[in-house]
Design a protein around this ligand. Structure first.
Ligand code: MG
Length: 380
């Protein structure tokens, strides 16, 4: 079995990856996290054969980890990229934020399999990541439940026969509410997600449908499909993870309990399947419904389509501006309905450019943060 490198090891994806690897017998070659936390130290102690990388340690953390783990531990973001480039590895990138992009590029340039859970890699850096994939000849296997579903539906199929792809969305906590009702929602309301337990930013992004907009952009890059052929439907039960419709009118869907260990496992064992952690699924207990998204109440969805169609720096600006706007909402500085307003102002304010390198992405990200921060002042 190929060695697994787990980036973002202390996060939700990282921990579940370590569970899956242990159950299936994959050797863990390296674990990495941003900070030298007690959680990372415990994981390092539990994986005595794994290299340990702390990407952004404090002075204290550096001392403690060096004293406890000696030569096994390395520090700094460049060592994160080195771990991702380890020969023959399956690199699970569960890093949260823009710090995940250079590691994705390093993994693909080294010809490795990248099991991708870091959103920013494809949302902000899509052209950079797809170029690295072509240069290095690696494999890009999505871990997100929707994209894993699409990849599974496409297995054995001719891409030219795809008519459209349909991403399912849980709809978040505010499905069915009008734009006027949304203006009144609180941070606590927005953090109550119906099916998935996730970090605060992605939970708010699910409530605004911005997360689904990001997933549309990711699908475009992962599967080389035009935006006109990617649709979104609201599916409250999160059992159908996504759907591919083919030219002959056949639809294939991938279904299952919402449990991230399943797509993580598929990314490790692809193209094979191994026994998983879930009991047999009871189809007779599943009541599956589908509805169109309300594009007026949730304007982030169409902001995402528009930024995706523009390409270049626009999706990077969308992502960074959204991060600023979501943080401002969480801090109580703006209302829920101001999130798309701030993002749209930043998209208008930042000059469009093509993206070729990680540095181009970083520059677009920085400009977008400044523009969004400026827009915050205007909206409150
Ligand atoms: Mg998803």
């Amino acid at each position: 079995m190929r060695p697994v490198v787990v980036l973002g090891a202390t996060g939700s994806i990282g921990r579940q990856t370590l569970d899956v690897a242990r159950r299936l017998g994959f050797p863990v070659a390296a674990i990495a996290a941003r900070r030298g936390s007690d959680e990372l130290a415990a994981l390092a102690a539990g994986h005595p054969d794994a290299a340990v990388v702390v990407a952004a340690p404090t002075g204290d953390e550096r001392e403690r980890f060096a004293a406890r783990f000696g030569d096994r531990v390395a520090f700094g973001p460049e060592r994160l990229a080195a771990a991702a480039a380890q020969t023959g590895a399956i690199v699970v990138n569960g890093i949260v934020g823009a710090a995940g992009l250079p590691a994705s590029v390093a993994a693909l340039e080294a010809g490795n399999r990248l099991a991708l859970a870091n959103k920013e890699s494809l949302v902000a850096g899509g052209p950079v990541v797809t170029a690295a994939l072509e240069r290095g000849g690696g494999e890009l296997i999505p871990v997100d439940s929707e994209h894993s579903a699409l990849a599974q539906c496409l297995a054995g199929e001719d891409r030219a026969a795809v008519r459209r792809m349909v991403l399912t969305a849980s709809g978040g906590p505010f499905f069915g509410r009008s734009a006027a009702e949304l203006a009144e929602v609180t941070v606590a309301d927005a953090l109550a997600h119906p099916t998935w337990d996730m970090g605060p930013r992605i939970t708010i992004d699910s409530a605004t449908l911005m997360n689904k907009a990001f997933e549309v952009i990711e699908a475009h890059h992962l599967f080389g499909i035009g935006y006109d052929r990617i649709d979104v439907v609201v599916h409250r039960q999160s059992i159908v993870h996504s759907v591919v419709e083919f030219a002959d009118g056949s639809l294939k869907a991938q279904l299952g309990e919402p449990d991230m260990r399943v797509p993580i496992q598929y990314a490790l064992t692809y193209p094979d399947r191994m026994p998983g952690p879930l009991p047999p699924f009871d189809l007779t207990a599943a009541d599956l419904t589908f509805a169109p998204p309300d594009r007026t109440a949730f304007p982030c969805l169409d902001l995402g389509y528009a930024a995706g169609r523009k390409g270049g720096s626009a999706p990077a600006v969308l992502n960074a501006a959204d991060e600023i706007a979501v943080q401002a909402f969480l801090d109580g500085r703006i209302g829920f309905s101001s999130i798309p307003v701030v993002v749209e102002r930043a998209l208008d304010a930042v000059e469009w450019r093509p993206l070729a390198t990680v540095a181009d992405v970083v520059a677009a990200d920085r400009e977008a943060r400044a523009a969004a921060t400026n827009a915050l002042g205007m909206s409150c």
